[in-house]
Design a protein around this ligand. Sequence first.
Ligand SMILES: NC(=O)c1ccc[n+]([C@@H]2O[C@H](COP(=O)([O-])OP(=O)(O)OC[C@H]3O[C@@H](n4cnc5c(N)ncnc54)[C@H](OP(=O)(O)O)[C@@H]3O)[C@@H](O)[C@H]2O)c1
Length: 479
Amino acid sequence: MSSTAQIGVTGLAVMGRNLARNFARNGYTVALHNRTAARTHELVEHFGDEGDFIATESAEDFVAALERPRRLVVMVKAGEATDAVIAEFAPLLESGDMIIDGGNAHFADTRRRERELREQGIHFVGTGVSGGEEGALNGPSIMPGGSKESYESLGPMLEKISAKAKDGAPCVTHIGPDGAGHYVKMVHNGIEYADMQLIGEAYQLLRDVAGYSAEEIAGIFRTWNTGRLDSYLIEITADVLSHVDAATGKPFVDVVVDQAEQKGTGRWTVQIALDLGVPVSGIAEAVFARSVSGHADLREASRHLAGPTARKLGTDEAAAFADQVEQALYASKIVSYTQGFHEIAAGSEEYDWNVDLGKVASIWRGGCIIRAAFLDRITSAYEAQPQLPSLLSDKSFAEEIAAAQDDWRSVIATAVTQGVPTPAFAATLAYYDSLRAERLPAALTQGQRDYFGAHTYRRVDRDGVFHTLWGGDKTEVES
Ligand SMILES: NC(=O)c1ccc[n+]([C@@H]2O[C@H](COP(=O)([O-])OP(=O)(O)OC[C@H]3O[C@@H](n4cnc5c(N)ncnc54)[C@H](OP(=O)(O)O)[C@@H]3O)[C@@H](O)[C@H]2O)c1
């Protein structure tokens, strides 16, 4: 077999198949492999005319089809399957070859795999790919980690197949060493959870408080999509809301079971945030909200738990309320991105990745699920001040929240008094108020900890670590 393929893809389910087609459509010769050979043949049968494919059935033939250094993309089910594929292919590779894992791996697994393969001289490139099957085919946002050297060889190809932002820039950059790419993809998904939950809360308020129909709410989202909330998720929300179920003639959203599923990256984002001590309350509430929705057993309580029923507003009031909800959604969105970027900064610091936060925002402008006009603003904020401690330290974001906050508070107050759950709206506002507060009740917490566990505390008026003899005469001792 002649080694003419510039890239190979193993794992040809929906993502791998579309990624392979994307490479081929961009002029690369693509070697194909899948555990079950039928998928490989199906691809060639249906899409073989889109470019140059080399279909292979054995691992040996697949590797032999690749020009050196070999670039081998793995798009299999994340977890054990990835380890199985690496175990199968790594012995056939040589120093300088690259294994690119485009699955949704946990970054800790990526760090382990990278370390193990580095010993063999193989570059392991853990790569976040966002955009679902449509993105994989027409241009995803791509977040590769791994060595700089691997990016030199791989980068130009990824730039070619990636989405392009409105200014034409490719939505890919070398994120950083080892697991940095998968880590950033994980936080991307966490932010996506928050975005979706906030949109859901806005929808529920417009439905239950403003009294709008699904079609009317779709119209409101369409209007919002022409302003500062312009984003893929707002756009598809309008489409989903205006879709009518063919079987019943009802709005589609009213016939779908209200239990949201999740695959794990949102949960990981929260778990890692807890490990690193990063407050990502908006993202966490979004993950918990899906979890609550799925607990049909707990939600049996809807039959007997008392509380107010939301009051529907009149037409003029409803329109004014919708404007307020837009302000609340925007303010909460800024806070959830602030939290997500904090988590990326913390990971970068912990693992010494040197991630360029502004660049991360810029490669999310196209291809990925959270693509939005708003991301340009985040890039500008970090370009102006790379060491920005938080997005809320950026003057223009702080000013926008200042302008939105009366409505933000009012919407959440309405939700609370009318019994409409808005966990992510409320958590992001509480985070904002926590950052604003001159004194937090943490001083009391420290007192309690010192009381029951002699955990000590620091004082505002002098240096040192202190303990009060609570069980005795309450004198203070320096420890
Ligand atoms: N779907 C999305 O929107 C999306 C977006 C971004 C990233 N991803 C990630 O991309 C990857 C691929 O996703 P997907 O939805 O296309 O497929 P998937 O359903 O996650 O995985 C199916 C693929 O994995 C292969 N596979 C499973 N176990 C294997 C094993 N032990 N050894 C070798 N191959 C094995 C299957 O081969 P057989 O055909 O032989 O069963 C098939 O090619 C996943 O890691 C996913 O998390 C998905």
